[in-house]
Structure formats: structure tokens, C-alpha cells
Design a protein around this ligand. Structure first.
Ligand SMILES: CC(C)(COP(=O)(O)OP(=O)(O)OC[C@H]1O[C@@H](n2cnc3c(N)ncnc32)[C@H](O)[C@@H]1OP(=O)(O)O)[C@@H](O)C(=O)NCCC(=O)NCCS
Length: 169
């Protein structure tokens, strides 16, 4: 991604469902859910999700939800950035965008789960906690034994309290 790229962050609509699914497939890392799941997400959890357009084309997305029994926690479900745009801060920018919108609506903490082998994701959320000057707690969420197929354990990253959004240049 060039520094002059035109980046738009916006709330996804149902019409974005196929693009989110395709980006999940192309990520080659994410557990890819059924196309139906992305359509449903774009209908029911759009307000806690974001799609990034780079020069008018889908370039990345974040899906999330506020935990029903703990609505002050924004749980990030999936993050993906197209390979051509990685390493330029786009994922961090999408996370900052969502967190900034939702701290105004009562969110104090962000959670996600990450497998131990996903360095990029671990660094992404580590960098997020440093930008927001928030504590990052790590614990086991779902052990490998809970997955019917071969799958590493999912570790819970809980970050907060989120107070003041970082300033961006
Ligand atoms: C994880 C992912 C979303 C990061 O997107 P990105 O836009 O490249 O991330 P950013 O540019 O905002 O970088 C965030 C941090 O990750 C680091 N990072 C980015 N790519 C990396 C890589 N391949 N290996 C190690 N660290 C990496 C950056 O250096 C930065 O850390 P720093 O601020 O300490 O330097 C992207 O690599 C991706 O789509 N991966 C496949 C899907 C996935 O694994 N999603 C996460 C699990 S839900």
C-alpha cells in the first residue's frame, strides 16, 4: 500500500458479506466461516465491525461484537488485511477506529483470541495496547482439546481500560 493510497473505513453492509468471506479465504490464516456467517455478521453486528477500502477496493476488515453478558467488552472476532496492504498499519487503524467509536458508547475493554503461532496478530494487539496505554492480560480461552479437528489453543487477550484514543498524525 502506498502512502498516497486513499483509505476509507466504513461500517459494512450485507452487500460486503461476499468480500469479507473472500478476504478471510485469501488470508490463508483465518478459520474461514461459511459465506452465510459473513452475511449474517454484516446484518446483525455491522456496528461493531469495519471494512477498509483502499483506492475503492476491499482491503481489510474487522468483525466484532459486544459480549451480551458484558457489553462493556468489545470482542474482536476476525481481523484480515489483504497481503498487498500488510505492514502499513491498516489493521491497527481499523482497531483504533472501532475502539474510538465504542468507548463513546460504554466500552472499556477489548478482547480477542489468538493462537500462539500468530506473530502478526500478537504484535498487532500488543501495539494496540501500547498505543492506548492500556494493560494487556493473556490467559487461555479455549484449550486445543475443545476443537474437534486439529487446532492450537486459543489464548484470550484482554486489553483495558480504554480511555483516551491515541492521536494519529
Ligand atoms: C494480522 C494482520 C491483520 C495484521 O495486519 P497489518 O495491517 O499488516 O498490521 P499492522 O500494519 O497494523 O501491524 C501491526 C503490528 O503487527 C506487526 N506485523 C505486521 N505483519 C507482521 C508479520 N507478518 N509478522 C510479524 N509482525 C507483523 C507490525 O510490525 C506491527 O507491530 P509493531 O507496531 O510492534 O511494529 C494481517 O497480518 C493478516 O491479515 N493476517 C492474516 C489473518 C490473521 O492472522 N488475522 C488475525 C487473527 S484474527
Amino acid at each position: 500500500m502506498t502512502s498516497s493510497a486513499d483509505i476509507t473505513l466504513r461500517t459494512p453492509t450485507v452487500d460486503d458479506g461476499p468480500a469479507l468471506w473472500q478476504m478471510a479465504v485469501d488470508s490463508a490464516t483465518l478459520d474461514v466461516n461459511a459465506p452465510y456467517a459473513y452475511l449474517l455478521w454484516c446484518r446483525d453486528f455491522a456496528a461493531t465491525s469495519v471494512i477498509a477500502e483502499v483506492d475503492g477496493q476491499p482491503g481489510g476488515f474487522v468483525t466484532g461484537y459486544r459480549r451480551p453478558d458484558q457489553p462493556q467488552t468489545l470482542m474482536i472476532w476476525q481481523v484480515a488485511v489483504n497481503t498487498a496492504h500488510r505492514g502499513a498499519g491498516l489493521a491497527g487503524r481499523m482497531l483504533d477506529h472501532l475502539a474510538t467509536v465504542h468507548i463513546g458508547q460504554g466500552v472499556t475493554h477489548l478482547e480477542t483470541s489468538i493462537t500462539p503461532d500468530n506473530d502478526a496478530s500478537r504484535r498487532l494487539f500488543g501495539a494496540f495496547s501500547r498505543r492506548w496505554r492500556a494493560t494487556l492480560d493473556c490467559s487461555e480461552l479455549f484449550g486445543a482439546n475443545l476443537f474437534p479437528e486439529s487446532h492450537l489453543a486459543e489464548e484470550l487477550f484482554r486489553i483495558g481500560p480504554l480511555r483516551v484514543p491515541p492521536t494519529r498524525p
